[in-house]
Design a protein around this ligand. Structure first.
Ligand code: CP
Length: 312
C-alpha cells in the first residue's frame, strides 16, 4: 500500500487503513532489528535530513537508526551547530538544505505547523517529528504498535492519558489515532493543564485520576513539560505528584493486565513513581524499541512501499 500523501504531517491526515498499513509494515521491520546484520537495502540511494530544532533523545536516535537500517544516507542537523544561530530563517535554511537534494526532511520544531510550512515550500517528503504542542505522529504510531504487539485490539480498548495534556503533542496525536481506531480514550490532568474543548477530538476528560484509570487497559502517563510553562500551572511538584502521579496503589485501579506507557523523558517521582516505571506492567522501553520499526515503516511507505521493493 502507498500512503495518500508524500508527507507525514499529523495523524489528522491519516485514514484508519493507512494507520493499519504502517503498523503492519512495522511488523516486518521489527524482525530486521533482531537479526545479526540489522540492515536491508530498501532505501539505498535515498538521503534523509534529520532537522531537529528542539532537543530529542528517542525520536532523533530512532529515526537515524531506522534510516541506517534501511541503507539510506542520513544528515543530522541541529540548531546549535547551524546558521540558525546567526538568524537564518526556517525557510532559507530549508531551501538551502533542499538545494542538496534530500529525499526526506524529518523535522522537530517548537512552532506548531513548522513541518506543514516546509511541506508547502519543499519538494522533499516532510515527516513531522514533533511540532510544538500540536502533533507527534510517529510517537502515536509507535504507541499503537506497542499496544498491538502486546495483543491489545483497538475497538473498545480503554486508554487513560494522564498528565500535562495542554502542552502535549503526544496526547493530541494519540487521541486522534486511538479514537480513529475505535478505542475509548479518557484524558486527565489538573484544570490548568486540560485544554478546553478537548472532548471535541472524541475523548472524555476528567480532573480525577482515579476516575480516568479505573478499569483502564492502558495507562499512558505524560511528562510535566516545565520548559513550556511560563506561569504557575499547579502549586508544587509534590502536590502534582500527590494528585496525578502514578504509584502502585493507583495502578491497581486499572485492569489487572493494564499496560503502563510513557513517551519519555520521565520525571521519576512526579508523574510516575520509579517502581511503576520499572515494574512488570511497564512497556516504556518496548515503546523505544518499537520506535525504530515504526519509523522504518513510515520511511518505507512514504518512499512508495511495495512499489519500490520488498523489505526482506
Ligand atoms: N518521546 C519523545 O519524543 O522523546 P524525545 O523528545 O527524546 O525524542
Amino acid at each position: 500500500m502507498k500512503l495518500r500523501s508524500p508527507h507525514l504531517l499529523g495523524i489528522e491526515f491519516l485514514e484508519p487503513e493507512e494507520i493499519t498499513a504502517i503498523l503492519d509494515a512495522a511488523e516486518t521491520f521489527a524482525e530486521i532489528s533482531t537479526r545479526e546484520i540489522k540492515k536491508v537495502p530498501t532505501l539505498r540511494g535515498k538521503t534523509v535530513v534529520n532537522f531537529f530544532v528542539e532537543p530529542s533523545t528517542r525520536t532523533r536516535s530512532s529515526f537515524e537508526l531506522a534510516e541506517k537500517r534501511l541503507s539510506a544516507d542520513s544528515l543530522n542537523f541541529s540548531t546549535s551547530t547551524s546558521s540558525l544561530v546567526k538568524g537564518e530563517t526556517l525557510l532559507d535554511t530549508a531551501r538551502n538544505l533542499e538545494a542538496m537534494a534530500p529525499d526526506f526532511i524529518v523535522i522537530r520544531h517548537s512552532e506548531p505547523g513548522a513541518p506543514h510550512f516546509l511541506a508547502r515550500h519543499c519538494r522533499s517528503s516532510v515527516i513531522n517529528a514533533g511540532d510544538g504542542a500540536h502533533e507527534h505522529p510517529t510517537q502515536a504510531l509507535l504507541d499503537a504498535f506497542t499496544m498491538r504487539r502486546r495483543g491489545r485490539r483497538f475497538p473498545g480498548l480503554r486508554v487513560a492519558i494522564v498528565g500535562d495534556i495542554l502542552h502535549s503533542r503526544v496526547a493530541r496525536s494519540n487521541v486522534l489515532l486511538l479514537t480513529r481506531m475505535g478505542a475509548d480514550v479518557t484524558v486527565c490532568g489538573p484544570p490548568t493543564l486540560l485544554p478546553r474543548g478537548i472532548e471535541r477530538l472524541g475523548c472524555r476528560a476528567t480532573h480525577r485520576m482515579e476516575e480516568a484509570i479505573e478499569g483502564a487497559d492502558v495507562v499512558m502517563m505524560l511528562r510535566v513539560q516545565l520548559e513550556r510553562m511560563r506561569a504557575g500551572f499547579f502549586p508544587t511538584l509534590r502536590e502534582y505528584a500527590r494528585l496525578f502521579g502514578l504509584d502502585g496503589a493507583r495502578l491497581r485501579l486499572a485492569a489487572p493486565d493494564a499496560l503502563v506507557m510513557h513517551p519519555g523523558p520521565i520525571n521519576r517521582g512526579v508523574e510516575i513513581m520509579g517502581d511503576v516505571a520499572d515494574g512488570a506492567a511497564s512497556v516504556i522501553l518496548e515503546q523505544v524499541t518499537n520506535g525504530v520499526a515504526v519509523r522504518m515503516a513510515v520511511l518505507y511507505l512514504l518512499a512508495g512501499g511495495a512499489e519500490r521493493e520488498t523489505a526482506a
